[in-house]
Design a protein around this ligand. Sequence first.
Ligand code: ADP
Length: 648
Amino acid sequence: MSKTTKQFQTEVQQLLDLVIHSLYSNRDIFLRELISNSSDAIDKVRFESHSNEAILEGNTDWKIKIIPDKAAGTLTIRDNGIGMSIAEVEENIGTIARSGTKAFMENLKGKDLASHPELIGQFGVGFYSSFMVADRVTVITRPAGSPTEGCRWESTGDGTYSVEECEKESRGSDIILHLKEEMHEYLDEWKIRSIVKKYSDYVQYPIVMDVTRKEPAKGVDGTVIEGGGDIEKTVEETLNSMKAIWTRPKSEVTEEEYEEFYKHISHDYDKPFRTIHYAAEGTSEFRALLYIPAHKPYDVFVRDQRKGVHLYVKRVFITDHCEELLPDYLRFIKGVVDSSDLPLNVSREILQQDVEIRRIQKSLVGKILSTLGELQEKEADEYLKFYAEFGPILKEGIHFDHANKEKLQELLLFESSRTEPGTYVSLKGYLERMPEGQKEIYFITGTSRQAVENSPHLEAVRKKGYEVLFLIDPVDEWVVQSLTEYDGRKLKAIDRGDLELESEEEKKELEAKQEEAKKQYGSLLNYIKETLADQVKEVRLSTRLTDSACCLVADEFGIGANMERIMKALNQDMPESKRILELNPDHPIMAAMTRLFEKDQKNSRLADYCELLIDQALLTEGSPIKNPLRFTRLVSELMVTDAKGLSD
Ligand code: ADP
């Protein structure tokens, strides 16, 4: 193939511009990113070689070499890792293959990136960070096992890149940065040394650089020649200590080292929120170094996001995204697990069925949940910060992880009719302040605090002095399907079925009153039901309303309004479910409608009022009404009639 010039994918160009312009205050990280890529590439070729030793071509002197060339103004990062073919270079560097990137870019638009570098950091700036210091980047690479497939990629970061075949003798990649004039400090030996020490000390492979040292001249027998002067000698020096941080005892690792390692594996720009480091012994032997990030990654709700912790077996890298080690609802956890019991040649299939993996998973989940529990107990404010980021993801566990449901339900927090906006109550806290006589835990689901707070369904419960949990996160609909009881108390939706708020005595009184009301309103209720037959399945008198005239409720097992809204938003087909229209017998509207009804059953006004009733019920619970135009026309007409009444 001859040299071809191509356009970057639009998102790549946008990302590039963002990286170059928003991270300038911390340019040093470009070296960490490139070293991490090289270290990953070596991990990969070593892993591949477990099943195909030939690809190593006898070249196993693992190292990452940094070559500053002052005369040429270039800085080269060389590795003998897996390398890339032309197709791979284009796929990995010319396009952004990762899903969710587009959505992420959209999300960034209009944000002040200079003051929020963590936004771009969450994405992992990777290779593109080279363009912060270089005005031209050349990649010369060849894939493991294919000696003739070398290629040369080059770009000035201005929208296009070129690729062509080229010869490259040794396996792996050379990333050559043609440094910008004002960036020549990165050719300085001490500068390179300090960046490597700071960011990449724990990298498992030697990061080497040729350095020139002056030594006194020596004779052939090795003794110093008196008066022989100094001679210059070039030696390859290893710049990093290579200590796998997770194998060291906790007491010997500094906060800073934990932090840098986190940034290395997560590509996060921010510090981790919490670090969990422990060694398991006994039936299962492994070491784990886990991190809870400070912010949720932009792609945490994207289905095929890259998740999972890194898996090592006896310090040998196996995979950087082992999904089997943690359940999905903990997919935001980053880190490393190093097992002593798994075989080195584990494959994906084995991972999926392996009992050892399951044992490790059980231990990790237990440890993470107990860490969170402790945080909640001892540092409530810190726990809140965590919950604001990851609560909605953690909640998925209630639905999927029955074994840990008991622990998970303690970690849940909800806003309620008694909390200020943005503050929360746990289920335990709810029970502790529950008034005597209250039998169940009440909740309402909806789209926002404002929507549920004003819902007429709340009226009677509130009058009783009962607290109502506001379940305003879409995932809450699924939470309450699995969490039907807590500590022996049922969780009860206040907008479905019968509420049964009354004591035995009150109940009798109420029944008598209802009988009376039924006599009074029975035929009106029938009339309303017939008129609204295609919209409601029943019309009845309510016990849950004190102020509002009406509301809509679901059957005990029917689909609620919120769930219907969510499913529609997800483009799921939902059968139109009819609900029950409840009317407040004490509301003056009832008396007014009765008067009209008794006067003239064929009065077309009456049918209009039935429509207005159901529209009111829909509006107050935050649902759309069927025909807004007709609604406004009816209200306008009423206003006109009313005004006329005044002037007559
Ligand atoms: P990330 O490292 O977060 O995936 P990068 O933009 O840094 O993002 O790199 C994109 C991809 O290019 C990597 O996932 C890898 O497949 C490939 N790549 C980058 N550097 C190297 C390298 N030195 N050797 C082999 N492949 C590399």
